[in-house]
Design a binder for this molecule. Structure first.
Ligand SMILES: CC(C)(COP(=O)(O)OP(=O)(O)OC[C@H]1O[C@@H](n2cnc3c(N)ncnc32)[C@H](O)[C@@H]1OP(=O)(O)O)[C@@H](O)C(=O)NCCC(=O)NCCS
Length: 181
């Protein structure tokens, strides 16, 4: 799906990813071991075609939004954040994200992007809960979720393979405090 408005935060903003964003930077992020180590995309080499097809499929999707994370000051596109699939029956959705530009990590941009997407999910989409699955060992992603108010809700043992070994997936969730009980 496409959201036409800019979701503006103090330091970063979110805007829908377009086919114009499918450049060499994006391809490099997706093929970088440090960036894709805990992402499912790591199983296939990413090319201009795979990225373009993915962006087009997200724009046409009926249940997901893909946003670019953009630094306000420079308008630099530094990573992406997705909300979806959205379950409209039960009003919940998954999120996933990455900061591809390594010099932009560790300064709170992912935390701000997660907070912005949760605000969008709760206020604009009317969701009741948002969840994220994190592969055990991804300390940075766990740090982002904990600092954005997500709670660790559970652990699915032996759910994924990292570096040839089965590891757990941790489930994090956050509830909409404004939702009616
Ligand atoms: C996960 C990722 C998005 C974090 O981005 P980031 O911009 O560095 O995160 P932030 O600077 O916003 O950090 C938010 C919080 O996480 C903590 N954190 C960040 N990296 C951390 C690390 N390596 N270990 C422990 N905590 C960490 C920060 O201290 C901060 O906590 P605070 O608000 O209490 O100070 C980034 O490392 C990344 O893109 N990784 C590769 C892709 C990926 O794994 N995506 C998630 C898949 S589930």
């Amino acid at each position: 799906m496409i959201y036409d408005e800019l979701i503006r935060g103090a330091r970063v903003s979110l805007r829908s990813v377009t086919t114009r964003d499918c450049n060499q930077n994006y391809i490099t992020w997706m093929n970088d071991y440090e960036t894709n180590r805990f992402m499912e995309t790591r199983w296939n080499p990413q090319t201009e075609d795979t990225i373009l097809n993915y962006v087009i499929s997200m724009r046409k999707s009926e249940d997901s939004y893909l946003f670019a994370i953009v630094v306000n000051e420079s308008e630099r596109h530094i990573g992406n954040i997705k909300i979806g699939p959205i379950n409209k029956r039960y009003n919940h959705a998954d999120i996933s994200y990455f900061i591809g530009e390594k010099d932009c990590r560790g300064i709170g941009y992912a935390r701000e992007a997660v907070e912005l997407i949760c605000d969008f999910g709760f206020k604009v989409l009317g969701l009741r809960r948002i969840q994220a699955g994190v592969i055990e060992g991804n300390e940075a992603s766990m740090g982002v979720l904990k600092s954005s108010g997500f709670l660790l809700e559970g652990k699915s043992a032996d759910k994924c393979i990292i570096d040839g070994k089965y590891v757990a997936q941790l489930i994090f969730g956050i509830l909409n405090k404004e939702a009616n009980k």
